[in-house]
Design a protein. Structure first.
Length: 471
């Protein structure tokens, strides 16, 4: 074989490596000004307040959502903070929710619901701010980064399940994981921050996080090791903690109902991701166009127009756009195939990645400000409509937490032999928290009944072990 033919594959490989390096541009920014800190704090405060304010009914601060109560908060009544940290749920450890709710358990029980909602909203807003800073080298201007930060903090897609609670912080972490794999800051402190975030992400959801790990593997192939060691360490430590937790607490009992149909995945992606990213059915229903296929059709048309316009008029970073769309679709396929159905929370990260792809297209060299403004208007309209109409209708039907605490205290004081009371945290299902009377009424003697909790009794006989005070 001639030397020329031997050199050709090597030259192609070098070209591929060179192009891949563009996905991980080095950020030389080091210092943080007081103005930047002040603006960041203001953003987190405003975004947190807006996120909490959109929940109707008893409100986000007076309701405890779904798994936050029975799965994570209830065990804290009987086990310490550190023993609970290594308890898996559905086959894997959810470290950050366990840690945060374990710390919240030290507060008075009447504060628990507000503390969980406030913690969830604040963390998600802070992660949105991190997206703004981590994406600095991928966009020419601040406007598309601001759009991404706003959409991340004030979710439209999946907000009813994901926003304002602790257990679903894993979805925000998953989107931020994408950016932590790409973020390449020169400052050591920022590299350490990327490692910590990745540790929290994989320690809270290893399967989904690992599905994005090829982005890190490509980075290790085309960039020096020293630029990625913090990310690798964070990922490795998170996996090690997952292994210890699963070996310590068992693998869980969740049963999967899989559906590997590509038709099912494609239809679900069009309906739930393309049909929500820029224009949603909720928004269209506000103007009288409540038809299932219109929002996905508009999403597809907007994507095609953006791709054609960028191809003809500008010079977008096609590799980055393809990475956003491809990673989002593959992650969505993983989630819905292994679950066998689509849930609003599964839309969150794929839709955010699709919005990221749109932002990269409209921010391409050759375009003026108009495409970015148009994107901002579309996102603002979607956010506003969903904010006005509401995306937390299920949570709005939840019973108030403070009222249940008050009723529980009265029941425990009225019936000295009562062991515990039951609080309802969400309508439908078995979303209930069994609270010991000793927790509600300090100094109360534990009840002595051997009977199982009764959920149907409104009036408590003296030999009933627990009373349902909510619902």
């Amino acid at each position: 074989m001639s030397p020329g033919r031997q050199a050709a594959p090597s030259g192609m490989l070098d070209e591929v490596r060179r192009r891949m390096r563009t996905l991980y541009p080095v950020s030389t920014r080091c210092g943080v000004s007081r103005r930047t800190v002040a603006v960041g704090v203001l953003f987190v405060a405003v975004a947190t307040a807006l996120s909490l304010a959109r929940v109707g009914g008893p409100g986000a601060l007076d309701s405890m959502w779904a798994e936050d109560g029975p799965v994570f908060y209830q065990p804290t009544f009987h086990q310490g903070l550190f023993s609970g940290l290594l308890t898996p749920n559905n086959g894997y450890l959810e470290f950050l929710p366990r840690l945060l709710i374990g710390l919240i358990s030290f507060l008075p029980i009447s504060w628990a619901a507000a503390a969980m909602a406030l913690t969830g909203a604040t963390f998600s807003s802070a992660l949105a701010l991190l997206v703004y800073h981590a994406s600095v080298e991928h966009f020419r201007s601040r406007a598309p980064r601001a759009c991404l930060a706003a959409v991340t903090a004030l979710l439209v897609f999946g907000a009813g399940e994901v926003a304002n609670n602790v257990v679903n912080l894993q979805w925000y972490l998953l989107y931020v994981t994408f950016w932590m794999f790409l973020w390449n800051p020169r400052a050591a402190g920022r590299r350490a921050l990327a490692g910590v975030v990745l540790f929290l992400a994989v320690a809270s959801d290893p399967i989904s996080t690992l599905f994005l790990s090829p982005i890190l593997l490509v980075r290790l192939w085309c960039r020096p090791w020293r630029e990625s060691r913090w990310q690798v360490c964070g990922l490795g430590l998170g996996l090690a903690l997952q292994a210890v937790a699963v070996l310590h607490g068992g693998g869980g009992t969740r049963k999967l109902t899989t559906d590997y149909s590509l038709t099912f995945v494609g239809h679900s992606y069009a309906q739930d991701v393309l049909g929500k990213a820029l224009v949603s059915r909720t928004e269209l229903s506000y103007v009288g166009l409540d038809v299932a296929w219109i929002a996905p059709a508009i999403g597809i048309v907007l994507l095609v127009l953006a791709l054609v316009a960028a191809r003809v008029l500008a010079k977008p970073r096609w590799l980055f756009v393809a990475l956003c769309v491809g990673a989002g679709f593959e992650l969505f396929a993983l989630l819905v195939m292994t679950a066998g159905f689509s849930r609003p929370r599964y839309d969150t990260v794929p839709a955010l990645l699709l919005v990221t792809a749109f932002a990269a297209l409209v921010d391409a060299d050759g375009f003026g400000r108009l495409p970015v403004v148009a994107l901002g208007v579309l996102l603002a309209g979607n956010l506003t409509a969903n904010y006005v109409i509401g995306t937390d209708q299920d949570r709005a039907q939840s019973p108030g937490w403070l009222a249940q605490v008050t009723s529980g205290e009265v029941a425990c004081e009225q019936y000295p032999t009562l062991a515990s009371v039951i609080f309802v945290t969400a309508p439908g299902g078995d979303w209930e928290v069994t609270v010991p009377c000793a927790t509600l009424v300090p100094g109360a003697r534990p009840g002595h009944s051997d009977l199982a909790p009764h959920r149907s009794e409104r009036r408590v006989p003296r030999d009933v072990a627990a009373e349902r005070v909510g619902g």
